[in-house]
Design a protein around this ligand. Structure first.
Ligand code: CDP
Length: 226
């Protein structure tokens, strides 16, 4: 029987989680699940429906009526909100802040976590997020927690935005967004951003993407050999 592989990659924005998790997924031939996209899709719906992203009662009602589906097209994750592909619309700074707000609502989290656990039951997976190792998959076979200095994380995210042609946001604004989310995500009561006690912490500040990915891949392969 093939071994179960569930890899949790947690950490704050800009620590390199998604880029690295994608490399790990390709190299190990397992599914990559970007859980942040789910909170982003919920935020998009709230903003479209003019529901305050901090209004827990409004969000609890809204989330009961939405359907989120994750699919893969040419190996890339797509996310559907009520059957509409919203993958490309959820990457704006407004949605980043909104996602951090809606993610503090337990009703929202429980629905997303349910979906995440269902996916992990069907397939081997590398999942990135904030609470994967602590709450979603506390018994995951592999757990990593990526960090980097705030300066480095802001610079990475700023360069990413520029590469995507988003030029209307300054480095200082990117840094403020990240600081807001760091505080919000770590300070919330329910399933906050936190390193799991048994996670391997990697400070990526002065490491290349490839170096971090290889650290994770070799650590997984090493353990699988045992
Ligand atoms: O890619 P980036 O780190 O900027 O953010 P993301 O992973 O897309 O997540 C957006 C927001 O969703 C985060 O700031 C968190 O508030 C929330 N989130 C969460 O609470 N739990 C997760 N497992 C994933 C994301």
């Amino acid at each position: 029987m093939q071994e179960k592989i569930r890899i949790a990659v947690d950490g704050p924005a800009g620590a390199g989680k998604s880029t690295i998790a994608k490399i790990v997924s390709k190299e190990l031939g397992i599914v990559y699940l970007d859980t942040g996209a789910m909170y982003r899709a919920v935020a998009l719906k709230a903003i479209e429906d003019e529901i305050d992203t901090k209004d827990r009662t409004g969000l609890a009602q809204m989330v009961e009526q939405i359907n989120i589906i994750i699919d893969y097209l040419d190996g890339e994750q797509r996310i559907y909100l009520n059957d509409v592909d919203v993958t490309n619309r959820i990457r704006t700074p407004e949605i980043s802040i909104g996602a951090s707000n809606v993610a503090a609502a337990p009703e929202v989290r429980l629905k997303m976590v349910d979906l995440q656990r269902t996916i992990s039951k069907k397939t081997n997976v590398v999942m990135d997020g904030r609470d994967i190792g602590t709450f979603v998959l506390p018994d995951a076979e592999f757990k990593f927690f990526l960090t980097a200095s705030i300066e480095e994380r802001a610079l990475r995210r700023y360069k990413e935005q520029l590469a995507k042609g988003i030029c209307n946001i300054s480095l200082e604004e990117v840094r403020k967004d990240i600081e807001y989310r760091d505080k919000n995500d770590s300070g919330r009561d329910f399933a906050p951003l936190k390193k799991a006690a048994d996670a391997i912490e990697i400070d990526t500040t002065s490491l290349s993407i490839e170096e971090v990915a290889q650290k994770i891949i070799s650590s997984v392969k090493e353990k699988l050999k045992q």
